[in-house]
Design a protein. Structure first.
Length: 151
């Protein structure tokens, strides 16, 4: 496993203990994916923190994904790809301070016709883990608010 993802695992070990999160890891040449799954509200909401590490562009991004089951037992997926934060992505479950921190670590430049992150993967990863830690209650609450739209 990549060093940055190992650090994220260490930083988010409390999610497994406190929120009964499960994890899975899928590496390949282009992208390494580390997921944290938290299921709550009688298994009607699955919250996924999906870390996508791209070694070539030296970038790490986080997607916050909600899989919400409605009364008809159908699933609805709502994604918040933090990589789109510079396109005015709304993150109602993240406070203003952390929104700005995410914005600051999502900085890229063009180097030899390749998009590269100007912020290290480790810095990005630690920023994401801090954002999750400080906003976890609001992130979980947002899932409940989203579910209200489907029931």
């Amino acid at each position: 496993m990549h060093k940055t993802l190992k650090t994220i695992e260490e930083e988010l070990s409390w999610l497994i203990k406190d929120y009964k999160a499960t994890t899975n890891y899928k590496p390949n040449k282009i992208i390494h994916v580390l997921n944290y799954h938290i299921t709550y509200d009688k298994k009607n909401i699955k919250l996924i923190f999906q870390f996508l590490l791209m070694p070539k562009s030296e970038a790490l991004v986080l997607k916050i994904i909600y899989n919400i089951r409605d009364k008809q037992k159908e699933f609805h997926e709502v994604e918040y790809p933090l990589s789109k934060i510079r396109s005015d992505l709304e993150l109602p479950m993240i406070n203003d301070y952390d929104y700005q921190r995410i914005h600051d670590v999502m900085d890229f430049e063009l180097v030899d016709d390749t998009i590269k992150s100007t912020v290290s993967q480790l810095t990005q990863g630690l920023t994401y883990t801090e954002v999750i830690r400080r906003n976890i209650k609001e992130i979980i609450k947002h899932g409940r608010d989203l579910r209200k739209k489907y029931v």
